[in-house]
Design a protein. Structure first.
Length: 159
């Protein structure tokens, strides 16, 4: 198992004050990776010290200026949960627009041999969670808002 490592500073790191009243992490927006396998998703228990800490969500974070949404989501997942990105097949992107700031969720198939673990100090735990059990977790507030629409997409994609 790899040792946790510190996260490098990138050009997308920083807070944006949104007209909705919230602060969002990511000067160029943010992206996350929703990994799906056998009607489960890979969830990350966020460390208490991070924004909206001690909640469950998906790995993700600030997009750098030169990255596509998929590149950012894969990089963040690799940094936070140590996955091998060649074991991920992106399917589609789900966008959550906030008056000029945007969080994009990349929905992707996870190969059967994909393994995830706590790669850095942003993660307390990772766990495969059945679609029906996601709402039993204490969810990151933004993920909680998006989950019903994401679940509806998953139900269509993964019939």
């Amino acid at each position: 198992m790899c040792k946790p490592r510190a996260v490098a500073h990138r050009d997308g790191d920083g807070w944006v004050q949104c007209p909705c009243g919230n602060r969002h992490w990511g000067l160029n927006g943010a992206a996350g990776l929703l990994l799906v396998r056998d009607r489960t998703i890979l969830m990350q228990h966020r460390a208490p010290w991070v924004h909206n800490g001690d909640t469950w969500g998906i790995p993700g974070g600030a997009r750098d200026s030169h990255e596509t949404v998929i590149e950012a989501a894969l990089r963040e997942a690799q940094e936070e949960i140590g996955i091998h990105t060649n074991l991920v097949d992106p399917i589609e992107t789900f966008g959550d627009e906030h008056n000029g700031w945007r969080y994009d969720t990349v929905i992707a198939n996870a190969h059967a041999n994909l393994v995830a673990h706590e790669q850095n100090d942003e993660s307390l735990q990772v766990e495969w969670v059945k679609f029906d059990d996601v709402e039993k977790k204490v969810l990151h507030p933004s993920f909680a808002k998006s989950w019903p629409a994401l679940l509806a997409r998953l139900e269509i994609i993964f019939i």
